[in-house]
Design a protein around this ligand. Structure first.
Ligand code: NDP
Ligand code: MG
Length: 392
């Protein structure tokens, strides 16, 4: 029996994960569920899968949940403590971290230190301090299996070679991006509305990552995540716009051989693989019909129109606290854009100003605490910058 904890069960990844678990059927048990504040969805999920443990981050929601807990479920602490308690439950075999943003940092670290099999969708902590988290995973013999389709594709391709020697074996990594809703759009992007940015052409995802896909920041975050997950230099990562979203990413080995992972764009597949790894099981994703597909296009990204991508690669090269600052500033700017308080093109402006204010030697040795501190500092800086822009 595999006991699974899902952090962020009411979100896009969480809901698909529950479908994947239902598909896997016998031998799988949902041990714990956590969300931020969506009690209605969480209660429905609890009725369906009967978790032994449950928690919500938001205090008001937690009080309500505590007052009438779902039958058979123990309500753990509110806030980050509840997420940490769930991640380190003794009975848990697999922890799926599918919360959004830096909120997933502490629970990811807890799951690592509890030596869990971790299915990781929450890319932001891997951007903040991925190298250190991987070291920690090594130390505690925790397994981090990426859920995100591109890192998952690369992870699957790397199964063809001996683990640990990826840099020596690879000449390039092909990181693909759908391009988001504005890739082919002409003219300025300043007037883009949140509703337009939230309409992704290929994937149905949570609001934050959908906006990140529209600015291409998502690809920058993934480049940093991949660099850290597989210990690769950013210079080997080649980003390609691939509107069909069928080639989820690939690698080129030193001998020139290229491996890529292809499938229809359906997150249920990489989610399920991250749960069943190293095994595979039939999935709910429709099989790929290459005859119907007929063609695959690849374009170079336009760094000038999508400055977030350039900023992310810059932060990756600088290292130290820069990626954590990039991520935090982006989270703040995206939230304000969705709330109608910033323009689309203000997102990179806020990120750029925050990075420009980063003090300290970027090569200084980053610590896990330092990354969290940089996250807090960058949030304040980004919020102040955003307020300045709004007043203009
Ligand atoms: P959603 O916004 O759809 O869902 C986020 C989930 O996390 C919800 O269950 C939400 O609860 C919960 N949550 C948010 N903050 C907290 C918190 N502080 N404590 C506890 N729970 C919290 O996001 P997605 O599912 O789209 O994305 C999740 C992560 O996966 C992100 O890091 C994203 O980058 C990554 N990812 C997503 C993909 C996708 O296809 N969606 C693809 C690849 C990666 P509530 O409902 O109560 O707000
Ligand atoms: Mg992705």
């Amino acid at each position: 029996m595999k006991n699974l904890v899902i952090l962020g069960s009411t979100g896009s990844i969480g809901v698909n994960a529950l479908k994947a678990v239902r598909n896997l059927g016998k031998g799988w048990r949902v041990l714990g569920l956590a969300a931020n504040s969506n009690l209605k969805a969480l209660r429905e999920q609890a009725r369906a899968v009967k978790p032994a443990y449950i928690s919500v981050f938001d205090y008001a929601a937690w009080k309500e949940l505590k007052a009438s807990p779902p039958r058979g479920a123990k309500v753990l602490s509110p806030g980050v403590e509840g997420l940490v308690e769930l991640s380190s439950l003794k009975e848990a075999d697999i922890v799926l971290n599918a919360v959004t943003g830096a909120a997933g940092f502490a629970p990811l670290l807890a799951a690592i230190r509890a030596s869990k099999h971790i299915a990781l969708a929450n890319k932001e902590p891997m951007v903040m301090a991925g190298e250190l988290l991987m070291k920690e995973a090594h130390r505690w013999q925790a397994r981090i299996i990426p859920v995100d389709s591109e890192p998952s594709a690369i992870f699957q391709c790397l199964a063809a070679i001996k683990p640990g020697a990826y840099d020596a074996a690879l000449s390039r990594v092909f990181l693909t991006a759908s391009g988001g809703p504005f890739y082919a759009r002409k003219g300025t992007l300043a007037g883009v509305t949140p509703a337009q940015a939230l309409r992704h052409p290929r994937w149905t995802m949570g609001p934050k990552i959908t906006v990140d896909s529209a600015t291409l920041m998502n690809k920058g975050l993934e480049a940093i995540e991949i660099k850290n997950l597989f210990s690769l230099p950013v210079s080997k990562i080649e980003i390609l716009i691939h509107p069909q979203s069928v080639v989820h990413s690939g690698v080129e080995f030193r001998d020139g051989s290229v491996l890529a992972q292809l499938s229809n764009p359906d997150m249920k597949l990489p989610i399920q693989y991250a749960l069943t790894w190293p095994d595979r099981a039939p999935s709910l994703a429709a099989p790929l019909d290459l005859f119907r597909l007929a063609r695959l296009d690849f374009f170079k990204p336009d760094f000038r129109r999508f400055p977030c991508l350039e900023l992310a690669l810059y932060a990756a090269k600088k290292g130290g606290i820069y990626p954590a600052a990039l991520n935090a500033a982006n989270e703040v700017a995206v939230e304000k854009f969705i709330a109608g308080r910033l323009r689309f093109t203000d997102i990179p402006a806020v990120v750029e100003k925050t990075l420009a204010a980063c003090r300290g030697d970027s090569r200084e040795t980053l610590t896990l605490a330092g990354a969290v501190e940089a996250d807090g500092w960058a949030r304040q800086k980004a919020a102040a910058t955003a307020d300045g822009i709004k007043k203009r």
